[in-house]
Design a protein around this ligand. Structure first.
Ligand SMILES: CC(C)(COP(=O)(O)OP(=O)(O)OC[C@H]1O[C@@H](n2cnc3c(N)ncnc32)[C@H](O)[C@@H]1OP(=O)(O)O)[C@@H](O)C(=O)NCCC(=O)NCCS
Length: 171
């Protein structure tokens, strides 16, 4: 079952994010690693900033989370994390399909350049890496992340964005 998150899901969401983010340890640049990866305050700040979180629930247990954030002309996929013991079973794909269907706007997602599994996940779900020269301008325009994270991240886009005249990579 996929449903919008409730305030009471916060601790389950944080547990999943912080467990699943262990995948980044030793992979992303050391200076970007932090533990916990997301604090309760950061989660609250993201919600206050307009990230709407959806959760996947199995037998009453929250097993995955994915956020979507409206950014006027586009929507961003934010904070996609699946509990490690249920990864690679289609939960992430189901959540991605669900949040994608919530908007008609072009979708963008940013992830660590070294998180090759995440890049593969989005690619197999119809996203493509945007040309390298556009990463920095998109990350600066739509995300509020530090310069160092911009340097070490990539952006993937869905078909809607790749075909959208305003942000077309052929511009
Ligand atoms: C990336 C993530 C959200 C995908 O969710 P999921 O439920 O595991 O993904 P699905 O089962 O729907 O799709 C599986 C596909 O995703 C990719 N993938 C997911 N996890 C992977 C892993 N650990 N290693 C390699 N590929 C992986 C593969 O393409 C995989 O297909 P395969 O199993 O046939 O090789 C989840 O694995 C996760 O939380 N990872 C750790 C945190 C993370 O990287 N989040 C992304 C933030 S942008």
């Amino acid at each position: 079952m996929i449903r919008k998150s409730l305030h009471s899901d916060s601790s389950a969401i944080l547990a999943i994010v912080n467990d699943a983010a262990q995948a980044y340890r030793g992979v992303i640049p050391d200076d970007r690693w932090r533990e916990p990866y997301m604090s309760a305050e950061e989660l609250e700040a993201e919600i206050a900033d307009g990230v709407v979180f959806w959760v996947a629930e199995e037998a009453g247990r929250v097993v995955g989370v994915m956020g979507i954030q409206d950014k006027e002309t586009v929507a961003l996929i934010r904070h996609a994390y699946i509990a490690p013991d249920v990864q690679r079973q289609g939960v992430g794909t189901n959540l991605l399909r669900h949040v994608t269907a919530l908007t008609s706007k072009p979708l963008l997602v940013g992830t660590w350049a070294d998180a090759t599994w995440a890049i593969d996940f989005y690619r197999r779900n119809g996203f493509a890496l945007v040309p390298l020269h556009q990463h920095e301008s998109l990350l600066t325009k739509y995300w509020s992340i530090p310069a160092r994270q911009i340097e070490t991240s990539v952006v993937l886009a869905d078909r809607r964005w790749l075909n959208a005249p305003q942000d077309s990579p052929t511009e």
